[in-house]
Write a protein that binds this ligand. Structure first.
Ligand code: MN
Length: 438
């Protein structure tokens, strides 16, 4: 990952809102989404965020302002789903990034024609950014694994395989929604405390999981694994993901296979995909303590050691129904950074393909819950509230052991450091509705 003029922290856009301090979408970011004007009924199209606006890529393509390889990439990125653009690979992604940067930069020619392609973010509605073929959710935060293990069995360690491979299960695509998703509390089987037989009833232990969504770019044919050194060329970008989890159902059903009803009712992703290119200034060394297990050779490479981690700041907030009614602000529950994750995004992608599994453009990989080492850095309520036993303060005199009906969970992410422009992911918002009565 090399830096170029598109990462220059002094670069400014002719769009004033893009230069505002603390904004998510300066000219150095340029994330992709699929959207349309809210309520318009017009076809969805690809777009790039800049300041408080979305640059409509279908309109931009029609304006004929972009030439050559960038124009070919633009035609793909303007489509109602980004799969073809994701499949086009890093050279196409970079060509379009550079062309958009040139058009939006302060002093660029053709400002009026580009300005005509802008749509206020406040007035758009989003679709999922790609047709997702498969969804895999990982489990790669050691701090999360340790926290969960201590709640269930205080004397136990994480299973030995955790330190040798990025663990994962296959999830459902059919119930993945974009930010703003509202879903009903699921029914399922679970064992009430002290009971000897399960009940089938609405979940009583609803939780969220703070995760990142990794969007696959070019895929691989079945039987042809992707080497770790090449893994990031197959990764288009990253958004936020909430892996809603029914803990009581999960506890009863998960032995000896993976989560099923506990996870398959809803998963929410944020609409904007931040490219790996935009994240380049925020790469960190990936390391393993010398005393810890070291990765097997197929999960180890100098580039991964040098900059496999990414310093993405993350935060979870909760807005209860009462808080909404009273006009209170969302309550911050926790915050951490993705840089603590035990396995890197490249290791997850490589391990996924290592047995011959084919990935396809637009496939979605969840990072697994992201918890950091310190107190207040847990990425799920089950950790913060110790399995529901120590409810957390959510403001206005309210406390939560698990989520209640009407609760909205808001995930936010951003990157910032001295010498780089701050970039953000926007937000990922979802709301628990009451169970459907029989
Ligand atoms: Mn998860």
């Amino acid at each position: 990952m090399t830096l170029d003029h598109t990462h220059d922290p002094t670069a400014r856009s002719w769009l004033a809102a893009a230069n505002a301090a603390g904004g998510d979408f300066p000219i150095q970011n340029l994330p992709f989404a699929v959207l349309r004007r809210a309520g318009s009924g017009e076809p969805f199209r690809g777009a790039v965020a800049i300041g408080d606006q979305a640059l409509d890529l279908a309109a931009l393509a029609a304006a004929g302002l972009v030439q050559g390889a960038a124009a070919e990439a633009l035609a793909l990125a303007a489509q109602p789903q980004l799969n073809a653009f994701m499949a086009a690979g890093p050279a196409a992604w970079r060509a379009l990034r550079h062309a958009l940067f040139a058009l939006l930069r302060e002093g660029a020619a053709g400002e009026a024609a580009v300005r005509a392609c802008l749509r206020p973010l406040a007035g758009v509605e989003y679709a999922l950014p790609a047709q997702i073929g498969d969804y895999t959710d990982f489990y790669t935060s050691l701090d999360h694994a340790v926290n969960c293990m201590r709640i269930m069995r205080p004397d136990a360690d994480v299973p030995p395989n955790f330190r040798w491979l990025p663990q994962a299960y296959h999830g459902r695509v059919s119930t993945i929604g974009v930010s703003g998703q509202r879903f009903h509390r699921p029914h399922g089987q679970f064992l009430p405390p002290g009971a000897s037989a399960p009940v089938f009833a609405p979940c009583t232990a609803m939780d969220y999981e703070l995760e990142l969504a990794l969007w696959v770019g070019p895929g691989n044919p079945a039987g042809q694994p992707i080497a770790l050194a090449n893994a990031e060329q197959h990764l288009f970008g990253i958004s936020l993901l909430n892996d809603w989890s029914a803990r009581d159902i999960q506890m009863w059903e998960m032995t000896p296979l993976g989560p099923f009803h506990a996870k398959n009712f809803a998963t929410t992703v944020s609409p904007w995909i931040v490219t790996l290119e935009a994240l380049a200034p925020f790469r960190r060394p990936w390391s393993r303590d010398a005393a810890d297990v070291q990765p097997l050779p197929y999960l180890d490479a100098p580039a991964n050691r040098a900059q496999g981690a990414i310093d993405i700041q993350l935060e979870v907030a909760l807005l209860s129904e009462a808080a909404r009614a009273q006009g209170r602000a969302p309550a911050r529950l926790s915050g951490t950074s993705f840089r603590h994750q035990y396995w890197s995004v490249a290791q997850m992608l490589t391990h996924h393909t290592a047995g011959g599994c084919a990935l396809q453009p637009g496939d979605l990989l969840g990072s697994g819950t992201i918890s950091g080492p310190g107190p207040g850095e847990a990425g799920a309520l089950i950790e913060l509230a110790r399995g529901g036993q120590q409810p957390v303060d959510v403001g206005g005199g309210e406390r939560r052991g698990f989520l209640q009906d009407g609760d909205t969970v808001i995930l936010r992410g951003w990157c910032e450091k001295p010498g780089a422009a701050r970039i953000g992911f926007g937000e990922c918002r979802g709301t628990v509705l009451p169970a459907i009565s029989e």
